[in-house]
Design a protein around this ligand. Sequence first.
Ligand SMILES: Nc1ncnc2c1ncn2[C@@H]1O[C@H](COP(=O)(O)OP(=O)(O)O)[C@@H](O)[C@H]1O
Ligand SMILES: [Mg+2]
Length: 345
Amino acid sequence: LSLLNTGQQLIIATGLVAMLWRATQGVVDGRMTLGDLVMVNAFMIQLYIPLGFLGVLYREIKQSLTDLSKMFNLMEREREIADQPGAPALSLQASPEVRFENVSFAYEPSRPILHNISFVIPPGKTVAVVGSSGAGKSTLARLLFRFYDVGIPGSPSVAGGRITIAGQDIRKVTQSSLRQAIGIVPQDTVLFNDTVEYNIAYGKPGASRAEVEEAARAARIHDFISSTPAGYGTMVGERGLKLSGGEKQRVAIARTLLKNPPIMIFDEATSALDSANERAIQAELRSIAENKTTLVVAHRLSTVVDAHEILVMEAGQIIERGTHAALLGQGGRYASMWALQQSSE
Ligand SMILES: Nc1ncnc2c1ncn2[C@@H]1O[C@H](COP(=O)(O)OP(=O)(O)O)[C@@H](O)[C@H]1O
Ligand SMILES: [Mg+2]
């Protein structure tokens, strides 16, 4: 810009001097009047101002071109997970079977997270996953949602196994149909900077106010929303920062209830709630999960005692599995976790 401006000023100044010199000479020689000289000067000024703009315009055009190329770069970025060409939509019965077959997975090639995980959630049943934090429980949910593909990136030699829903490999169906079929109450809820109503209705675009309120009642948040001055029009703030952890979680639960999908994932869905609210919502969740295929990640074991199967995970492996009674009978890891939680309660 400095070069441009300096050069431009130099050219203009030279022109100015030359023209004034010629005009003055004309007046001296008597070929022009003094008025002509003033007119030449006025022309010069009129020319000079728009020429000065050229520099600014040039710079703006340059800036726009840079922005344009950045935008195209962004649009050309490959998606990490892409649909196969011509992939069909997931076809579903009312409550499909979910199957993990020898699933291995790593976010980064150097650090495998899951090792040969296999389990089946029969249609309409609930499988619970418990274990220490960092064991890979939330990763199971992310894989089922296909935020990542199974396998170890960069080492095709390790077979990653597969995940199927109603017998269909989730890599071979469209992501939109897959995600339509699954509802998740995640460990940390993402809310949009909009109203509470918008955030709940997001589970089912086009839902009526009555449906939203019904879902909010089931998630035990209707009373709280009604007690705020703006009611369902309350803005939740950036990422929901104006709500407490428990309130956010209940908005997420309401959203999932409204979506009412055939497959549900609860990832420590009630971890931020107090025990009284947790008990109330647990009862609600249980009745909703009644005929749905459900994967529950639980931090409190008492919430999953009636699960069809309980998987105890440790460092990416299933170290114990079975029903609550069977696991207690084994007297292993689960039994000691149970004893610990019972005594603290
Ligand atoms: N996006 C990611 N990139 C790399 N590592 C991750 C990522 N997400 C989670 N991990 C790692 O994977 C492991 C399992 O995480 P997670 O499934 O969230 O555990 P949890 O059982 O507590 O839900 C953790 O050790 C975590 O550090
Ligand atoms: Mg987790």
